[in-house]
Write a protein that binds this ligand. Structure first.
Ligand SMILES: Cc1cc2nc3c(=O)[nH]c(=O)nc-3n(C[C@H](O)[C@H](O)[C@H](O)COP(=O)(O)OP(=O)(O)OC[C@H]3O[C@@H](n4cnc5c(N)ncnc54)[C@H](O)[C@@H]3O)c2cc1C
Length: 555
């Protein structure tokens, strides 16, 4: 045997498992199709938001959270309807994960040197029902260092183990097959790819220069999801979300190609919930792309006006920051919209300054570089954060104007045919402006703005003082063309609570484990249909840790 365990994929899930294996004295081979520059995978690029429950950071901001509330929210979001089959293990994983998030998670992370910023975000505010989708309270904790801070201890641990020979990295080695002996997975086989010095995240060459085979009594597949493989996304796109857009943009590097899913299935593992995915509707084209069709997600506050391609305001709960998949479903199924791939934010300068954040480590230099002064200046001070302002000036999806007629004309110039009627747009904005003037309203979005401002964290750094959109003092006006951005995979390899891959008959495939996004973040679908956000990195930590510990226990 070449190692005690083989880990396929050096993203967060794989590296967490490596840490557990090395701590128990095991020798690990890490097989990764990309170069060493990409260590940490998607998590390095991430915003570093983590779902944690009932923390000192929440309490300091006056938030009362509990396991019971979080579990209620999780169940309402998941909407499991395959409990005697595909959801059996996903639901068990979810319960264990929420217990982890409300229990040892924060201390475990602190033990690794991971700390949170004092801000706790309120992601996925939900669909308006107590038993439905969404977070009842803010619980999106942002790690200092964003995603780079989350992966750091695991990358450093693996590199240190590599220096003294406990870990061997096989970079530019692409697994094409899992080797099976007498029904047990005993290794991997694949292609050695030519060296590539492309910077982190940029696409690499596909040139084969050789073949390889490695053997071990345990193999962990931690190869990520399918987000960069639009063909697979389209093939698996569920009817409930209408038709997939003709054009989507990509929220993950090209290596999130989904190839390992079929390879793992061939070795006997069962794939479940493949129709469940998590794509965002607030995607913008990166003016400075790293990977093909590089998309950035706007993390909006609650105030932007959101119009469909035909200029109709979206109905509640399709509001900014509320219900990601509900909004995607609306945009793909509402009458007249299927042939259009975009929607629009209309915001004021005042909104963009306070309410816009962009997901990604490179878009948040203040948090990524752990610069508290810059953080305060950026998030509480005047002016839009630098990266947001850069998009406003240079982003191909942004138009700016002092008055609405000019703005609508510029928005229309960004589409093949002019679809927006100034009078229709203006009438809706004026109606909304009439609702903003007093503390009472019948407009659900305005109610949401008032609600958000009751939370100290939002009032301080995330929600603009309510104002009329057409008030020239709040301008200029900004129109932003939004695209569907592919990101996360909610289904995958079905696993038990030890991250052992399960066969169609429910028994573990000997020697085979799966963790992270390829396993639907645990169980083949820990989220069910919807995510509460910050649960993906956490799912990698939790399922990667379970896999590492189980491989150690199996000897
Ligand atoms: C911009 C951005 C922002 C995000 N923000 C957040 C956030 O704030 N909070 C949150 O919870 N989540 C966030 N996420 C999601 C989260 O980062 C990912 O879901 C998570 O990191 C996936 O980790 P993973 O280890 O499962 O897979 P990956 O990071 O995709 O790693 C898998 C690795 O396997 C390798 N691989 C694949 N196939 C093969 C093969 N055949 N042979 C060899 N190697 C292979 C790949 O090259 C890759 O390096 C964000 C993601 C992005 C891109």
């Amino acid at each position: 045997m070449d190692a005690d365990a083989i880990v396929v994929g050096a993203g967060l899930a794989g590296l967490v498992a490596v840490g557990e294996l090395v701590a128990a004295g095991k020798r690990v081979a890490v097989v990764e199709q990309e170069s060493a520059a990409n260590l940490g995978g998607q998590a390095w690029w991430s915003f570093g938001g983590l779902f944690v429950v009932d923390t000192p950071e929440q309490r300091r901001l006056g938030i009362k959270d509990s396991f019971e509330l979080a579990w209620q929210d999780w169940q309402g979001s998941a909407g499991w309807d395959r409990l005697d089959d595909e959801d059996t293990w996903g639901r068990r994983w979810a319960r264990a994960y929420v217990e982890f998030a409300a229990g040892e998670k924060r201390d475990w992370l602190r033990g690794k040197g991971i700390r949170f910023t004092p801000m706790v975000g309120w992601a996925e505010r939900g669909d308006g029902r107590a038993t439905g989708h969404g977070n009842s309270v803010p619980r999106f904790h942002i790690a200092w260092g964003t995603g780079t801070g989350v992966v750091k201890p695991f990358v450093e641990g693996a590199l240190e183990a590599a220096r003294d020979g406990r870990v061997t990295f096989f970079h530019r080695h692409r697994v094409d097959e899992l080797v099976t002996t007498d029904g047990a997975v005993t290794g991997v086989r694949g292609t050695v790819l030519a060296p590539d010095d492309a910077p982190r995240g940029a696409p690499s060459n596909d040139d084969a220069v050789g073949e390889f085979e490695l053997s071990a009594p345990a193999v962990l597949v931690s190869s990520g999801g399918i987000g960069a493989n639009h063909d697979l996304v389209r093939q698996l796109w569920p009817d409930r979300l209408g038709t997939p857009p003709a054009r989507m943009i990509t929220g993950v590097p090209a290596y999130v190609d989904g190839r390992m899913l079929a390879i793992t299935e061939q070795a006997g593992a069962r794939l479940v919930n493949r129709d469940r995915m998590w794509h965002y509707t607030e995607g913008i084209r990166n003016w400075d792309p790293v990977w093909p069709q590089h998309a950035i997600r706007i993390l909006p506050g609650p105030s932007p006006l959101w119009f469909d391609a035909l200029g109709r305001l979206l109905p509640a709960p399709c509001l900014p920051g509320y219900d990601t998949l509900g909004t995607l479903r609306h945009l793909r199924t509402a009458p007249g919209l299927a042939e259009h791939d975009h929607s629009w934010f209309v915001v004021t300068q005042k909104m963009i300054e306070k309410e816009f954040a962009l997901s990604g480590s490179e878009q948040n230099p203040d948090i990524t570089n752990r610069d508290l002064k810059l953080l305060l200046r950026t998030r509480v001070g005047k002016g839009a954060p630098g990266p947001v302002e850069a998009f406003k000036q240079r982003g191909p999806d942004f138009v700016v104007a002092d008055a609405l007629p000019e703005l609508v004309a510029r928005m229309n110039a960004l589409t093949d045919t002019p679809l927006l009627d100034l009078d229709v747009v203006q009438q809706q904005i004026e109606a909304r402006d009439r609702e903003i003037a007093n503390p009472f309203t019948k407009d659900a979005q305005v109610m949401g703005i008032h609600n958000a401002r009751r939370y100290r964290g939002d009032r301080l750094s995330r929600v603009a003082t309510p104002h009329r959109v057409l008030d020239p003092a709040a301008g200029p006006l900004i129109g932003i063309k939004l695209h569907v951005l592919t990101r996360k995979t909610l289904g995958g390899v079905q696993t038990d609570l030890s991250s052992r891959a399960l066969a169609a008959d429910g028994s573990p495939v000997p020697g085979l484990y799966a963790a992270g996004e390829v396993a639907g973040f645990g169980g083949g679908g820990v989220h069910g249909y919807n995510a509460l956000e910050g649960t993906f990195l956490g799912g990698c930590l939790f399922s990667g840790r379970a896999a590492g510990r189980a491989m150690v226990a199996a000897g």
